[in-house]
Write a protein that binds this ligand. Structure first.
Ligand SMILES: C[S@@+](CC[C@H](N)C(=O)[O-])C[C@H]1O[C@@H](n2cnc3c(N)ncnc32)[C@H](O)[C@@H]1O
Length: 272
């Protein structure tokens, strides 16, 4: 079982909202009326940032009004993209209360609160009815969850028949030793990275039909090797929500991908 308190301690921090607003102000950005795209350097807490979110959305192909549940929504960056660019209605849940507070605050300042709501909740116990959503969405969350079948089964439960689940994740590669700390864990006790095959089996046990399975490792390595592609401006960076050691954690992931300790995948599954 995952120690959920250890997970929220890993991600959370004090005064994060204040630090984000201060950093935005220092960059000359009007924090009373934000454009969600201005936040992309901070709030896309996953491998390859906003381009990966757009790629994931293109695979899921949501329509205007699609009801999305974003499981492990973090600070809400992907949710704001789905609302602003695709017209989705998004419900974001996350274990880390500080991230939910940031997600609500930034979404309000972007004028997108009608399209995105956020709740503190555990992915293994979603506070929603069976069949409530059209599309399940997850980015770089499963690595913190020990019981993968329970994770996918709970998402499956909340989707309507015909609903889709789209997810990007880090999985194990063909070799190489991981170095710590990593973006999702500073030490092994809250890290549950599995082989692509084990992930596939867990999704199938939960009931999903796997419609597409993409290995995105090459794209991830390319982005890590080209720091200019990682949108960053002045003080603005994922470290504002992930913590001041994010550079080291991110570099260890880059090394792990290059050494084949890790791989990354983008998966589209269906509830038939
Ligand atoms: C690497 S961050 C990704 C955040 C967001 N998906 C994004 O791409 O910007 C992982 C997130 O998963 C959340 N998380 C981990 N375990 C969870 C669980 N059991 N239930 C809900 N959220 C969880 C963490 O709190 C954290 O916000």
């Amino acid at each position: 079982m995952t120690d959920v308190n250890a997970v929220t301690t890993h991600y959370g921090g004090q005064h994060l909202s204040e630090q984000i607003l201060n950093a935005l102000t220092e960059e000359g950005i009007d924090i009373e009326s934000l454009d969600w795209k201005q936040l992309a350097a901070i709030d896309q807490f996953h491998t390859r940032g906003l381009p990966a979110t757009r790629e994931q959305a293109a695979l899921a192909a949501p329509e205007a009004g699609t009801k999305v549940i974003d499981i492990g929504c973090g600070a809400g960056g992907p949710a704001r993209c789905l609302v602003a660019e695709f017209g989705c209605s998004v419900t974001g849940i996350d274990l880390t209360p500080e991230y939910i507070e940031i997600a609500e605050m930034l979404t309000a300042r972007c004028g997108l609160s009608d399209g995105a709501k956020f709740h503190a909740a555990d992915a293994l116990d979603l506070p929603f009815d069976d069949g409530a959503f059209d599309l399940g969405w997850s980015q770089n969350v499963s690595m913190n969850i020990a019981d993968k079948t329970a994770f996918y089964a709970e998402i499956y439960r909340t989707l309507r028949p015909g609903g889709k689940f789209v997810s990007s994740d880090v999985v194990t590669g063909l070799g190489g030793e991981a170095e710590w700390p990593l973006p999702w864990a500073r030490e092994p006790s809250i890290s549950f990275v599995v082989t692509p095959e084990d992930m596939r089996v867990a999704m199938k046990h939960a009931g999903f039909h796997i419609a597409e399975w993409r290995d995105t490792t090459g794209e991830a390595i390319a982005v890590f090797q080209n720091p200019n592609q990682q949108a960053r401006r002045g003080r603005l960076g994922v470290g504002l929500i992930a913590g001041p050691d994010f550079g080291e954690r991110s570099a260890n992931l880059a090394k792990g991908l290059a050494d084949s300790a890790f791989a990354s995948v983008l998966v589209l599954a269906e509830k038939r």
